[in-house]
Design a binder for this molecule. Structure first.
Ligand code: GRF
Length: 200
């Protein structure tokens, strides 16, 4: 199955997918990496693996809707079976979801619906939770609100700061992503209201 991965950051989740697909039995292949930022580390990860890269920068468009439509077209041209948002720090809008909705996965560094948004790790730490984690979900029109496909719990340790906690979450997140993407690709997803099930 063809995957397009959206990244804004370092791309360690992307790197985990690329490592997994070294195994010929892994059922998905990253055919291209798309970013909103020309300086995203994930683009270097892609290039080092010989994977095509595309940059669609908001600054090159008149408004958000025009950028979103251009992103949707760029991703559509790559003909993905599934789109994986892995550390992509922008909200995908109506034009994007009209074209790709139902086939877009997002990985988030908290146990949703707790701590949505861009500062999930900091927010969980500041709240004082003892357990946080990561979530893989289908993207819908809200911010981190779509049907949940997988979650992993991670303990908060007494001396954690945002960075140590995020690094530990990312270890769980990469494993969750690699395993769940394989299941989703093999078995599909059935959504019933808020509840999503892998396998039809
Ligand atoms: C991940 O924890 C993702 O959930 C969050 O930012 C991090 C991205 O890491 N939104 P990377 O770019 O995959 O290394």
């Amino acid at each position: 199955a063809r995957l397009v991965v959206l990244v804004s950051g370092a791309g360690s989740n992307l790197a985990a997918l690329l490592a997994a697909q070294q195994d010929p039995a892994y059922p998905a292949r990253v055919v291209a990496v798309v970013s909103d930022r020309p300086d995203a580390g994930g683009l270097d990860v892609a290039r080092a693996a010989g994977v095509a890269t595309v940059v669609v920068r908001p600054a090159d468009f008149a408004d958000r809707a025009a950028w979103d439509a251009a992103l949707a077209r760029a991703v559509g041209a790559l003909d993905p079976a599934w789109v994986v948002s892995a550390g992509f720090m922008r909200i995908l809008g109506a034009p994007f979801l009209a074209q790709h909705g139902g086939r877009v996965l997002n990985t988030h560094p908290a146990l949703l619906p707790s701590f949505p948004g861009a500062h999930a790790v900091r927010d969980a730490l500041e709240h004082g939770v003892a357990v946080t984690g990561c979530t893989l979900h289908l993207i819908d029109e809200g911010v981190d609100t779509g049907p949940i496909l997988a979650q992993r719990a991670v303990d908060v340790l007494p001396d954690d700061d945002e960075s140590s906690l995020h690094e530990r979450i990312k270890v769980a997140e990469r494993a969750m992503l690699v395993e769940t993407v394989a299941q989703v690709v093999r078995r599909g997803v059935a959504v019933d209201g808020r509840r999503a099930r892998i396998g039809r």
